[in-house]
Design a protein around this ligand. Structure first.
Ligand code: ATP
Length: 375
């Protein structure tokens, strides 16, 4: 399968429904052949953004470009893109194979070639045994996979997908995710994929656009988003669980973290110009630490073991501090007694800092963590 590549560019694209601003002016550029995932909680504007790219929703302002051409006023059918919704519809009177072949036939492909391609795609998606079945006799999950096959078998400039794996259950969802990514790698088609599932986004995307309240708050590679979230929202939303967040107070080069009786020495990371935050020299801040960067050590700050959750390859430890819980990954073989007191500290390179008022990331690096301060 080959697909023509396409660049997609949104220039100041925004959408209002009456008084509701669904999407604030947004600038996003998706490169040719890129797999971009729009990620965010319910109601943040993901679907509306995708529908504006598809031409199913007219922007209130701004322009949509595909391959440098302004398509803002073009109808969906004239944009050469394939759209897969979570809510799908298959033709009930056609077999699975005929459903998948339908659009190709409508595009003028010979019946023999359309049936051959649809059969190949169905076999590729593990649906080879269902080619002669009618949709009414399929499970919801299989219907969803057939709808995916129908979109993927075309060779459009771009694929737009709105929660296409939403109705599939655990293992099937994971399998389809891998298949989708493999098909993307093979076809090289530009893809924009909407989901509220951060794990799905991390597994699929070349880049993720994280949305909140109608705005793209971070647009970057999954690893960068995971390692360096731009604000507390992204720090918490991305990761399973999200970052541990602890309140801190900065005094000069030290930050006190009262929940753990811990002090951390920080420095401005590189150029400190541009720090306008009130936490630059004092005031409240937040420390963010991923569970894998929580270290257990006899010299650490004392915490009480609340719970150990076995997750197969590792355990998730829940530690009670003076102000809430701290999550830590530990190897699968290690277990602690509930109620036991153990010491916890943080890997300095894994510490992230956020402004206490705005929640925006601060360009601080951590030099050391002192768990039993003498002063
Ligand atoms: P979900 O994951 O629940 O589908 P979403 O992130 O895709 O959410 P949108 O469906 O784009 O969010 O909706 C963004 C906002 O715009 C919401 O407040 C929604 O209620 C509103 N909205 C969307 N479509 C319409 C519409 N046709 N008329 C009025 N308001 C709408």
């Amino acid at each position: 399968m080959t697909a023509k590549d396409a660049r997609i560019r949104l220039e100041g694209v925004a959408k209002k429904f009456g008084n509701v601003i669904a999407v604030f002016p947004t600038d996003v550029e998706v490169a040719q052949g890129e797999f971009v995932v729009i990620l965010g909680p319910s109601g943040c504007g993901k679907t509306t953004t995708l529908r504006m790219i598809a031409g199913l929703e007219a922007p209130s302002q701004g322009s949509v470009f595909i391959n440098g051409k302004d398509v803002t006023r073009l109808r969906p059918g004239d944009r050469d893109i394939a759209f897969v919704f979570q809510m799908f519809s298959l033709y009930p009177h056609l077999t699975v194979q005929e459903n998948v072949a339908f659009t190709m036939l409508a595009q003028g492909l010979s019946s023999q070639e359309a049936m051959r391609r649809s059969g190949d795609m169905l076999r590729h998606l593990g649906l080879g045994g269902l080619v002669h079945v009618r949709p009414g006799n399929l499970s919801g999950g299989d219907q969803q996979r057939v709808a995916l096959a129908r979109a993927l078998v075309r060779s459009p400039q771009a694929f737009l997908m709105d929660e296409p794996l939403g109705t599939l259950d655990g293992s099937m969802r994971e399998e389809m995710r891998e298949t989708l990514r493999a098909i993307h790698n093979r076809s090289g088609a530009t893809t924009v994929f909407v989901t509220h599932d951060q794990e799905e986004a991390m597994g699929l995307a070349d880049r993720i656009a994280v949305m909140k309240d109608g705005r793209v708050v971070q647009f970057d590679h999954p690893r960068t988003i995971y390692d360096n979230p731009v604000n507390l929202f992204v720090a918490d939303f991305v990761g399973s669980p999200g970052m541990n967040i602890l309140a801190g107070v900065r005094r000069g080069e030290w930050v006190d973290v009262p929940a753990l009786g811990m002090r951390l020495r920080v420095a401005e990371d590189g150029d400190s110009e541009g720090i306008t935050s009130n936490t630059a020299s004092g005031g409240e801040c937040r420390l963010g630490v991923r569970p894998e960067n929580v270290l257990l050590s006899e010299d650490g700050s004392p915490c009480v073991v609340e719970h150990t959750e076995a997750l197969g390859s590792h355990n998730m430890l829940s530690l009670r501090t003076a102000a809430g819980f701290l999550k830590a990954w530990i190897p699968a073989g290690i277990r602690f007694r509930e109620g036991e007191t153990i010491g916890a500290t943080f890997l300095p390179s894994g510490c992230r800092w956020f402004d206490g008022a705005s929640g925006e990331a601060l360009p601080w690096k951590t030099l050391e963590a002192v768990c039993r301060p003498t002063r």
